[in-house]
Design a protein around this ligand. Structure first.
Ligand code: AR6
Length: 181
């Protein structure tokens, strides 16, 4: 599924984020930036040790990465030149600022991509695996945040959501269909 938002093409596909030929891929990391399971594990495995080396340097400099923030490293051996590491919220029922933190994770990641001069960026479905955010709600927050940011004007040509299963893709397609054009 695709939708034009301002100057940017918004695309939803099923796939593996480590294989995307885009300028930057976003990692659903944790505050330690030292790797983990899910998409984080896949990115470090496929991208090799150069990514973790840069993460170590960043943590030395700024400490742990707060949820809702984002930092960039090399893409190592990935097809993407850059990895943007962000931390989504851990779902605790929805009353602890989870929607705001999730939106911030997307918007801060878009800002890092724009600062790097990227033309294309790929996102996974942040927080909907180990962090337990309900899929339908996360899809709506994610798309709203990205669309609002792009409508304000962005040099990005493509923002791609790379969703790991038919179920996750369907949730994002439903959420996008429900959002007004
Ligand atoms: N490509 C695209 N999506 C993927 C891939 C992949 N290769 N692998 C998994 N997913 P999760 P979170 C999907 O758990 O909920 C880590 O341990 C997955 O099916 O990766 O933000 C970190 O270190 C799901 O739809 O991220 C943190 O501790 C989505 O990616 C914690 O997990 C997100 O699932 C972050 O949890």
């Amino acid at each position: 599924m695709e939708r034009q938002v301002g100057n940017t093409k918004l695309v939803l596909v099923r796939g593996d984020i480590t294989r995307q030929k885009v300028d930057a891929v976003v990692n659903a990391a944790n505050p330690s930036l030292m790797g983990g399971g899910g998409v984080d594990g896949a990115i470090h495995r496929a991208g090799g040790p150069a990514i973790l080396d840069e993460c170590r340097r960043i943590v030395k400099e700024i400490g742990r990465l707060a949820p809702g923030n984002a930092v960039a490293t090399t893409g190592g051996c990935l097809p993407a030149s850059h990895v943007i590491h962000t931390v989504g919220p851990i779902w605790k029922g929805g009353g602890r600022g989870e929607p705001q933190v999730l939106k911030s994770a997307y918007v801060e990641s878009l800002k890092r991509a724009e600062e790097l001069g990227c033309r294309s960026v790929a996102f996974p479905s942040i927080s909907t695996g180990a962090y337990g955010y309900p899929l339908g709600e996360a899809a709506r927050e994610a798309l709203e945040a990205v669309i609002t940011h792009l409508e304000a004007g962005s040099p990005l040509e493509e923002v791609r959501f790379v969703l790991f299963s038919d179920t996750v893709l369907a949730a994002y397609e439903t959420a996008l269909t429900r959002l007004k054009p």
